[in-house]
Each structure stands twice: as C-alpha cells, then as structure tokens.
Design a protein around this ligand. Sequence first.
Ligand code: G6P
Length: 773
Amino acid sequence: MRLLTLRLTISLVVGITLISLFSSYYEVRSQRRGLRRDLERRVEVLAENLVDQIEPHLNLNQGSGKNLQLMIDRFSSREHLAGIAIYNPQGESIATTAGLASRFTGEPAVVQQAATKSQSAGEYSRMGEASVYIYALPLHEDKAVVGRLAIVHDASYINAQSRKVWRDTFLRVLILVFLLTLTTLLIVRWSITGPIARTAQWMRALRTSKISSRPAMPDLDLFRPLAHEMTTFAASLTAARSAAEKEAQLRHAGDTFWTAERLFVHVRGMLGTSRLFVVANREPYIHRRQGTSVEAIVPASGLVTALEPVLCACDGTWIAHGTGDADRETVDKHDRLRVPPDDPRYTLRRVWVSKEEEEGYYYGFANEGLWPLCHIAHTRPLFRVSDWEHYERANRRFADAVLKETEGMDRPVLLAQDYHFALLPRMIKKARPDTRVAIFWHIPWPNPEAFGICPWQRELVDGLLGADLIGFHIQSHCNNFLQTVDRTLESRIDWEHLTVNREEHRTVVKPFPISVEFPENPLPAEAGKSTSMERVAWLRDLGIEADFLGVGVDRVDYTKGILERFLAIERLLEKHPIYREKFTFLQIGAPSRTRIKRYNDLLIEVEAEAERINGRFQTGKWRPILLMKRQHSHHEIQWFYRAADLCLVTSLHDGMNLVAKEFVAARQDEQGVLVLSRFTGAARELPDALLVNPYDIEQMAEAIRLALKMDSEERKTRMQRMRKVVREHNIYRWAGDLIAELCEVRLDEPANRLESQMGHPPVEQSAEAIRID
Ligand code: G6P
C-alpha cells in the first residue's frame, strides 16, 4: 500500500511539475513579448516626438550642438530611459545625455544601419551588465539625411518580470505538490486503504462465520460491486462446504436425505455424457423494463419453485415461453441466457410465441379448457377449435426448440412439464426416438367421464403416450389417467406395473409426489424472538394490533378456495367473538391469468369479500383480513410463513399444493399449524395437518379455532412429523426418482416390438411377461 501511495504521489508530482513548467514557459514568453512590444511602441513615440523637435534645429554646420544637448537632456529623466545620442552623418556624436557617453564607445551598429537604409531600426543588446533596447532613426533636412538619433532604453525590467514569473511558478508548484501529496494520502487512506481493510475483515468474517451469523456488508465505497460478488461467492463457498459436510454426515448415518449435491452426482451417473432438458411454459426469470433499467422477476408458480433447484443442481437447459417485455434483449443470438442472474448455474432457452398464439394456446386451450377440465372446481371448461389449433402449433414450436437444443447430442433426457405440452412427447419421440422423454402432469387428472368432455381427448392422450414416462402427483391421478386411456385408445394396460403398451411403445405411468427444498440449517435461537418482534412492528405499521396471525399464499385462482377461506374466517368471528381484535388473516394473493375473465372477476370478488368481512368486524386498531394483492418474493414469503401461527391451504382441488410443503419447510421452530384441504395431493402426505373440506365452512372455522388454541406440545409433535415427511421427500428426491425411472427405460428394445417379432398375439399378459428390462 505504501508503494502504491509513493507511486501515486511521484506520478502526481512529476505530472504537475511538467504541466506547471510548460504553462509557465508560455506565460513568460507571451508576457515578455507583450512587454517588449510595449517598450518598442513607447520608444517609437518618444523618438518621433524628439525628431519633430530636433530637426528644425539641425543646422549641424552652424554649431547647434548646445541646443540639441539641452533638448535631449530634458528627456533624459524619463523612467527606464538609459540615454539619447545624436550623431552627424560621419557617425560622430554631437550630443549625448549624461551617463550614456561613458558607456558608448562608438556608434552602435544599429544606428549605422538606420543611416544606411534611411529608416528606423531597433535592437536589443547589452550595455555592460544591463540589457537595453536601442532605437535609431535618420534625421533629415530637406529630405537629405543629416544625422541620426539613437534612443537607448533600459530593458532589464523585462527580464526581472520574467524571473518573477518563474519564481512564482516555482512557489506555486511547491504548494501544489504539498497539497496534492496530502490529498492523495488522505484519499488513499479514506477511500482505498480503509475500505480494503474493512473489506478484508468482512470477507474473513464471511469465510469463517456461519450463514445465520453472517455479518452485514459494511460501507465499502468503491468496493461495493466487488463486495456484492464476494457475498455470492462466499454464499456458494459456504453452501459447498456445508453440503460436503452434510454429505459426509449423511453417508455416515446412512441417511436417505437428498441434497442438491446428491442429486447432481446421481443425475450425472444416470445421464453419462447426455444432458437434462426441461420444457415448461412458464420461465423461471422474466425480464421486465422498469423505467430505464431491466429487472428479473421470479413468477408465482409452484412449478418454478420446484424445478429451479433441480436445474441448478444439474446445470440443465430450461426451455420456456419468453413473456417479459425485456426478454428478447437479455438473450444471446441463440435465444439463450444463463440464470439465476446473480449466480448462473443453468441455461434458460426462450421460445417466442405470438400474442395471438399465446391467446389461443395458453389462455384459451390450456387455461380455459384443460385447467378447469382437470380441476373439479365447478368452472365450465371452454373448448374452441381455434384454441386447439394454436395449442397444436405451440406444441410443435416448443418441440422444434427441443430438437434444436438436443441436436447432435447422444440420448438426451427430456422432462416436459404440465398440461401445456400434452402433444409434445409424441412429436419428440417421432423425430428423435433416442430421446428419453418424461412428462410430469402438475395438475390433477380427472375421472374418464370428466375428461371425456374434451373434444380432443384422443389426441391429447395419444400425444402423452409418446412419452416413456408419465408422472402424476398421486396414485389416484395415475389410475384416472389409465382408465381414460382404456376408454379412449387401442392399447394394452398392465395394471400391476402401471404401463401402457401402444404401437410398439411402452409408457410407464407412476406417481411422483412433487416437493420443495428443505433447509437443513437450524435457525439461530434468536431468530424466533426477532420474528415475533418484527411481526408486532409490521402489524403496528399497518395500524393493526393482533395476538394471532394466519397466512395464506396463493395465485388468485378459483381452484384455491380463497373465498371459502374468507367465509370460514367470518364464521369463526361470528361463532367465537373472543377472536375479534385478536386474529388477523394475511392473504397474499398474486394476480394470475387476469386476461381471462373468470380470473379477473375472481380478483374483484376476493377484494370485495375481504372488504365486506372487514367492514363487518373491523375496529379502530384491528382488521380481520389483510389482503396483499401482489406477487411477493420467495424471501418475503418465508418471513410470513415463520411469523404466522397458522397457514390456510383450502384448495377446492389441487394436484399437490406446494404452499403447504413450503410452510412446513419454513417452520424450523417446529411451531405453526397447517390447515389443509383434503382435496390437495399434499393431504395424502401430511395427515398431521388439520385436514378440512373447503366446501364445509363450519368445519373450516372450527379447524381455525382448533389451530389457534392448540397447545405448543401438540403443535410441535404435528409439525415435527410433517417436517420429517417433507425432509425425506424433498424436491431433490422427486427429481432423482423421476430421472432414475426415466433412465431405466430401454430405448432400443421395447417390450412389444420383441413380442410381435416372436409372433405373439397382442393379448393382455402378466406384467412379468411384458417387462423385459
Ligand atoms: C400451476 C401449473 C403450472 C403453472 C402455475 C402458474 O402450478 O401447474 O404449470 O406454471 O400454476 O400458472 P401460470 O399460468 O402463471 O404459469
């Protein structure tokens, strides 16, 4: 650091000195010129004046020397005038002012020159020690040159002035150098040495401390961007270190817990040289314009919550619909970018769909048709031919993108996601039979009668059966699907092993209950206390005082039972007034698919219902329902989960519902009660929640009351059991199981091709006979 300061100071000193010298040199030069011009002009004026007076008395032959002497003596006292001399045509002095005679030995050359050329001439020269300016001009009588006049002017003051400028410059440089050295030292100390020391100290603390007690970033001035990178770096290091420790512990304890690292090792082993591809309509990062900047938004989607950790663990490629208004400008020429933006771990490949196509495929067929068709939530599905055509086209477009991404790759592994892509598995399989294709259906599959409403059920089922593996959340969805296949298409179903054989291709149908990440690190002891203090302050800021807080986190969707849950809160307050001014329910509602009328109406209805119930019960310092109608980040939601006494998940029908699992995963304090709809997939795995029928308002109100008065021991026991389930069946295990099952598929020798080669008739056979792999 000292060397840096020294170098900096020397460079500054040399720089400043050179600049000062150059500028002083030019200043002196121009000042000198100015002074000389000024002097010459003054001498000329004096000379002209003198000539006018001298010439009439210039009768050199008549001895007018005395007069001339008197005349020039009158001028001799002028400032800086060294003397005046008059010469006759032969160059002999006629009159000379005192002092000059002794210093002039002969007629100076410039005077002779003036006479020869018959015009004035001037020159700077030295007279002893002094510098002088000699100006000479011829004297005339009747146009004939009869003598010459020489004026000698002292020019030493010009040199004195120049010397003064140089002296001032020297002093100025000296002062500047001193000030600059001082300033440099101070700047280095304040802005570089200080922050570097603080950065180093902070980095050391980052490296050595636990995540929970990680110090906040101090004020680091210039080093803020560097520090930001370091935080991410430290987080990755800590995560890697704790993952390695965890792995070692797990191996030692023979634990079945799945981590990102375990998934990575598992998937790498399974994939070999191949790679993992995911197709999902929803992209994990949407780039939107915010004024002049662009920000990356994580959409409200259970699918995104679940798949992001998997992609991060395996460095796969996520192929999705680019919906943000700044999406195009953030991709490369292949429409790809690395994400997450802060810590890139996998590739996002965007696919562009026109507005019209999006209207038909996404809003129309997927969300007005298939979504209500698969959820028994009493909203009528709408099927339009034009939507179906767009759906087919969009499936083709995404399939093309997959084929492009997997070009030249040996046996790629594809996980297609959800009801947006029922046709895609067959398309891929046709073009690239060596691709292992799985599709995971994130929503329920209804019974065959309900699914039969769809005019294109055959095409959808056939498209899905192009996959090697079809995953649902729970067994009953698998059964519904197999029954639908049975009623719709020519095929053979092996009910024991849950496979469908159709046209020389076998599809395995299996439940894979999706899940979330499970944070392993225990919360520091003080975290619970600070959460409850923050909760009081947060409510106070909203003008609310309440002893109990409930939370609900949903996209505003008619399948989620938000209105029913509000009615249950109203009923609770009617039946048990003791909870008035005590219990507040926070509903985080992320607006969703609002271009569909049903969703837009619902948003208005939810707001109106919250207002109605609040209007009925609210007091000056309390409100029963707090509706926060915007999307919240994962991080914000974690805080709400931890701050709440209970969480309400009251879906009328739901494939899994990850909010229930997220709530459980967030409760490291082993407190909090989950009230959970029986009609969610999650209810099968979490029987320790208070299970409710969301259509039964009385029962839900009672469940809320039970949750509020449940003693801490009971809460703890239930939460511990639920946490064990979610911990053991986390998202990494889901992905691990799904990929393992898919990789076991034998691509080269399908069971029924072998059968047909052997000439067996296509009859129902026992599972053992059918399975050859
Ligand atoms: C459900 C679906 C997902 C979808 C999510 C959000 O979880 O299964 O596929 O991404 O809802 O809905 P959106 O239409 O906004 O993607």
